[in-house]
Design a protein around this ligand. Structure first.
Ligand code: BG6
Length: 469
């Protein structure tokens, strides 16, 4: 077994604008859908931004980015994944010209990363569609979003194309099927939407993603553009072949997004689904041509696996990252009920590599936990051995996959600094190596403290993985 990761392996951490930046109405920023989601995905959005939303201030990265990036550099980060808030660049989303103040903010972030030799990995759209596009156009249900997104991408590639090599088009694009508002800016409950509506919105995002890929390659030929998927392997709950087929169907719902991004056309199983459900999408010849612009790499989040069954009596879903599924009797779960399965990561890596033959990038992985700030030798810290153990075990499996022959570009832990949860909008669901003094009621100094895992990750990076147990 190899003891290290490939040379140049990109170690780092990941965040999203709406979960860290705050300053929701500074610098000319418009409202995004997140500004009206004070409870995450748990309750429907509010009419306007309410103060009862931790994301409005988040962890104030907007003003503290230099301090935070210095801490990432202290851990030895090679890469930092962050997203650009679309509504900082185009406050409503449908303007002709970008907002200079918004562009200048990310220039400053990139300057700081450059100073520390940290490679940026930029998510173009991470659950933060401008609110105006949701309200006035019904989000991605509208074909017009393709043009607005392309204009936004052009502004980013022209401004940052010389400084940013790695781009991700849409965070967890397969989540649109499950969370149409958060993921697709579609202001309806899922139940109110027809399957045709949902797949038409997905089609628009897929075309937009392909057009962005082509544009990035035109504007900056060295650019590497990736899709970003929720990876959640589905195991059959029992050896009953009907359960195996149920797991296959679940996988197809997710594979479809990678298949289209990597192969440039709709897979047969999805065309069959459309036929059998009377779904006729509006797909133009130009769309078909656009889709042939395939991605350079495949990135994904991995937190957990689930089971699938064909038996309705046993098909009782447990909690989980956006998709959810039947809990696995062999696995333990986090405090939020997400089941912990390090080996599933090796399975996903092998599976994706064999299926798509594109380099892979793990851009989210981690455990949300309640942390307790304690004093050790006069310094405030968190003794987060549970986090070290979760990350260690997943990285060991990633290393196994590399030994299996998988081409893996890098690994960014989710929420490398504590941030506001996407699903619950809580601060107390912490993922970071860096503790941020902020509580669910909004109180706290926003001071940063290094957790025990901070030094652990520093050593893992310094040894290129040899320090893993
Ligand atoms: C992913 C998202 O689904 O999971 C992140 O890309 C999110 O935005 C992460 O924060 C963890 O989920 P949660 O709900 O614990 O914040």
């Amino acid at each position: 077994m190899s003891t290290t990761f490939p040379d140049g392996f990109l170690w780092g951490g990941a965040t999203a604008a709406n979960q860290i930046e705050g300053a929701y109405n500074e610098g000319g920023k418009g409202l995004s859908i997140q500004d009206v989601m004070p409870r995450g995905i748990l309750t429907p959005p509010t009419e306007a931004a309410t103060e009862d939303n931790l994301k409005l201030e988040a962890i104030d990265f907007y003003h503290r980015y230099a301090e935070d990036i210095a801490l990432f550099a202290e851990m030895g980060f090679k890469v930092f994944r962050f997203s650009i808030a679309w509504s900082r660049i185009f406050p409503r989303g449908d303007e002709e010209t970008p907002n200079e103040e918004g562009l200048a903010f990310y220039d400053r972030v990139l300057d700081e990363l450059e100073r520390h030799g940290i490679e940026p990995l930029v998510t173009i759209s991470h659950y933060e569609t401008p609110l105006h596009l949701a309200r006035a156009y019904n989000g991605w249900k509208s074909r017009e979003l393709i043009g607005f997104y392309e204009r936004y991408c052009r502004a980013l590639f022209e401004r940052y194309g010389q400084r940013v090599k790695y781009w991700l088009t849409f965070n967890e694009i397969n989540s649109v099927l499950h969370q149409p508002f958060m993921s697709g800016g579609i202001p309806n409950q899922k139940e109110e939407l027809s399957e045709k509506d949902l797949y038409q919105a997905i089609h628009h995002e897929l075309v937009a993603s392909a057009r962005a890929t082509r544009l990035a390659h035109e504007i900056s030929p060295g650019a590497k553009v990736g899709c970003m998927l929720i990876a959640m392997p589905a195991y059959p709950l029992t050896p009953d072949p009907a359960d195996v087929v149920a797991a296959m169907h679940f996988d197809h719902d997710n594979y479809a997004f990678g298949d289209i991004h990597c192969r440039g056309e709709y897979p047969g199983y999805l065309l069959r689904f459309f036929r059998e459900h009377g779904i006729e999408l509006d797909i133009t010849d130009q769309d078909r041509e656009d889709l042939t612009h395939t991605v350079d790499f495949v990135s994904f989040s991995y937190y957990m696996s689930i089971c699938q069954t064909a038996d309705p009596a046993k098909d009782i879903k447990g909690p989980g990252n956006v998709l959810g599924g039947v809990p696995n009797p062999h696995l333990q779960a986090s405090e939020w009920g997400w089941q912990i399965d390090p080996q599933g990561l090796r399975v996903v890596l092998n599976d994706y590599w064999e299926r798509w033959q594109k380099p892979l990038f793990i851009v989210e992985n981690g455990i949300g936990a309640v942390d307790e700030l304690v004093q050790v030798d006069g310094t405030k810290t968190v003794l987060d051995d549970y986090r070290i153990s979760y990350l260690n075990d997943h990285l060991v499996q990633a290393r196994e996959a590399v030994a299996d022959g998988v081409q893996l570009l890098g690994y960014t832990t989710w929420g490398c600094i504590d941030l506001v949860s996407a699903s619950t909008a809580q601060m107390s669901k912490r993922y970071g190596f860096i503790y941020v003094d902020r509580n669910d009621d909004g109180s706290g100094t926003l001071e940063r403290y290094r957790k025990k895992s901070f030094d652990w990750y520093r050593q893992v990076i310094a040894t290129n993985g040899a320090a893993l147990q």
